[in-house]
Ligand binder design. Structure first.
Ligand code: ADP
Ligand code: SF4
Length: 686
């Protein structure tokens, strides 16, 4: 297939100072969870994107000095010459595919709490950067920088830039975004200095200007100098000589950097979850930048549609299409557009599991792309597969995320695959969940996989097929994979943090009942100790349908775990807006059909609320009866020619969709490999 000429503009080279990007696909700096102690994992992860056609591939944040220490969150380091080799592995890998390599040099200022280095954090005026969330709180307060500290910072940036050049990077960043040190100087309420670095907008911009100048002086003859800046807060502040302070900052620095990389200020708006924002959500903030500078501009917006990308270029919003999540979900996105296969793009669903990996301190995981982070340690390439080891046919029972992913991967290896589901459509849990407020984009998990399976000669799809033991025995497949998912239970929550017995009573429901069409009678209490997205999405929907909804959780916040995915503040806001009453740190102690008793998880103090229906979103157990029945029939299996029966996904161990997809993929990757692969290869520092 050949490229649609409509998309030609995306493949034009773009000059960035002394270097040239081969096309407009620009993987902006993003966290990967891959520190200097995982250099091969990191290099392979970034290389795969270069191979997939991203013309520029950048690192995540790379600290320039031990006073910028985010631990236990993962970050790269370039503190001395010994760190150069670890980064050179990545630049070599990216250059092998003709792409440019960029490095985001980073100083976190008051935002990095220096838990390991124990150096007092640096800040413009000694003000702490205060987080709402425990994981980002610390007790070592920052100190105000004096002139010699500013001199040190400029020296660290210049030394970092020189080391980055010797590591082979083509684009070197000054990073003035998201609460980090140079950004801290831009905000007047936070920068309370009275010297030439505080006060007027010219003074507040001075540090960024000097960082750009020292970077250019250090490496600007051979490397491009990029400025990454957050503009959301500044855009909201009227300027004295321009519509906003954001306009003024860009005008003041206009042609000093070779490239503007523009973004939002906080993780929930910058890496915005699809539940609350669509594609291109940054545009209203950054749309003016190209009018103020002559230098190329890159920005993001979870772009997966080539038409939207072309529109960004043609309307003069961006010169380069920035991608972080779309490049994780599909490292081969540019190649697919180039080869006229844009319908094959595995589109990011905006779930932010990738960012949760960073918050967890581990290498990146992705719901859509199970190979992300596994390129080196498991040898999984997103587009290359070990050919089938035999002509065996495989029956997969259950067409949810795990079954579908398993089918796609087995089919790509060349196996004959039959996938059956009792429902009239595929998608498993997503059939219900994508109908909840904001979750429609998650349907891409199903859509992409069905798109891959439909029309393949080695694949049979059977919806409306509820298979029992005898059905499976009667079908002539040598291997059976059970992907029948999990069911939600009515277990409640014990005082010492594990589930109690199943709770029985009138109008006690689970998400499975709602999926089957039950509409609970109000007032409704939704009791959540699953702590991820589902209970809050159900509460939001019931508030629209039933009216009187209380959301009860044992945790301190609604959907507490979604702190990890940037959704938490937005979920809280959505529940308040929907009129849902939020009860935190409470467990359900009883329900008689008219009232619910809640007990404070720490003090035990009880309160009662009027309640006609209770929806429990707590614990799931595997729906694995079919598996158990089959393995109990050893002789029958043998007679039917069935050699293996396996379980994957939620039927094996219930979890988030990301884990189900990974489980299905791993089974298919490792199917009939001899010898069976080790769990994974451990990386080592260089
Ligand atoms: P996972 O997340 O592991 O993929 P899901 O719960 O999303 O699990 O999907 C499991 C799918 O299995 C559901 O679509 C369900 O309809 C299907 N299923 C369960 N039992 C059977 C069965 N006996 N025969 C066919 N399909 C089944
Ligand atoms: Fe997109 Fe979710 Fe993958 Fe992140 S984890 S890249 S948000 S699909």
């Amino acid at each position: 297939m050949t490229r649609n000429p409509r998309f030609d503009v995306l493949f034009e080279p773009v000059r960035i100072g002394p270097v040239t990007a081969p096309n407009r696909f620009y993987q902006v700096p993003h966290a990967s969870g891959m520190t200097n102690s995982l250099p091969h994992v990191r290099a392979s992860f970034r290389e795969t994107k270069a191979e997939g056609g991203w013309g520029v591939v950048c690192t995540g944040a790379v600290s320039i000095h031990p006073s910028s220490d985010d631990s236990p969150l993962p970050f790269g380091i370039l503190w001395d010459d010994k760190d150069v080799r670890a980064h050179a592995l990545m630049t070599d890998a990216v250059h092998r595919h003709g792409s440019l390599a960029g490095i985001e040099l980073w100083h976190g200022g008051a935002c990095s709490l220096n838990r390991t280095s124990r150096i007092a954090p640096l800040s413009p005026s000694g003000m702490p950067w205060l987080s709402t969330h425990l994981g980002f709180q610390g007790n070592l307060r920052p100190r105000a920088m004096d002139r010699s500290d500013i001199g040190d910072l400029l020296r660290w940036q210049a030394e970092g830039a020189r080391r980055a050049r010797s590591a082979g990077f083509d684009i070197i960043y000054v990073y003035a975004g998201m609460g980090y040190l140079p950004y801290e100087f831009l905000l007047p309420e936070y920068n309370r200095r009275t010297d030439e670095y505080g006060g007027s907008i010219e003074n507040r911009t001075r540090l960024v200007r000097e960082m750009l100048e020292v970077t250019r002086e250090a490496v600007g003859d051979t490397c491009a100098v990029a400025l990454r800046v957050s503009l959301e807060e500044l855009r909201g502040r009227p300027g004295t000589s321009a519509p906003s302070e954001a306009h003024e900052v860009v005008a003041l620095l206009s042609d000093l950097p070779d490239l503007w990389d523009v973004k939002m200020d906080s993780s929930p708006t910058d890496c915005a979850p699809s539940r609350f924002s669509g594609e291109g959500s940054h545009e209203p903030i950054i749309d003016f930048v190209k009018k103020v500078t002559k230098k190329p501009v890159v920005g993001v917006g979870r772009f997966t549609s080539p038409d939207v990308m072309v529109s960004q270029i043609k309307r003069g919003v961006l010169d380069l299409i920035g991608g972080a999540r779309p490049s994780i979900a599909d490292p081969f996105l540019p190649k697919k557009i180039d080869e006229g296969r844009e319908h094959e793009i595995r589109e990011c669903i905006g779930c932010n599991i990738c960012i949760s990996s960073w918050h967890d301190g581990v290498p990146v995981r992705c719901t859509q792309n199970p190979t992300a982070g596994e390129e080196w340690r498991r040898g999984w390439h997103p587009e290359r597969f070990t050919p089938a080891a035999s002509d065996a046919s495989v029956l997969i029972v259950g067409g949810g995320p795990s079954g579908l992913e398993c089918a796609v991967t087995l089919a790509r290896r060349g196996y004959r695959v039959t996938i059956a589901d009792s429902a009239n459509d595929f998608g498993g849990r997503l059939r219900f969940e994508t109908r909840l407020p904001g979750l429609a984009a998650w349907g891409r998990v199903t859509d992409w996989r069905l798109g891959q399976l439909r029309g393949k000669s080695n694949v049979n799809l059977y919806p409306n097929s509820d298979l029992g033991v005898d059905d499976v025995l009667g079908l002539e497949h040598r291997h059976v994979v059970i992907a029948t998912g999990a069911r939600w239970t009515r277990m409640l929550y014990a005082t010492i943090e594990f589930p109690t017995e199943e709770f029985d009573g009138p109008r006690v429901y689970t998400p499975d009942d709602l999926a089957a069409g039950v509409v609970p009678e109000g007032p409704v209490a939704v009791f959540d100790f699953d702590n991820y997205y589902l209970a809050s999405a159900i509460a939001e929907q019931l508030a629209q349908r039933v009216g009187d909804v209380s959301y009860v959780t044992t945790a301190g916040h609604a959907s507490a775990w979604t702190l990890m995915t940037n959704e938490l503040p937005l979920i809280h806001r959505a529940l308040v807006k929907a009129g849902v009453k939020i009860h935190t740190l409470q467990r359900v102690a009883g329900f008689d059909g008219t009232e619910i008793a809640l007990a404070d998880v720490f003090s035990g103090t009880q309160k009662r609320l009027p309640c006609r229906s209770l929806v429990v979103v707590g614990v799931r157990t595997p729906r694995d009866e079919l598996y158990r029945s089959l393995i109990a029939r050893g002789a029958d299996l043998e007679r039917s020619g069935i050699e293996t029966v396996a379980r994957i996904g939620d039927a094996y161990a219930p979890g988030a969709i990301v884990h189900a997809v990974h489980s299905g993929h791993r089974f298919a990757r490792e199917f009939e490999l001899n010898p069976a692969p080790a769990p994974y290869t451990r990386d080592y520092p260089v």
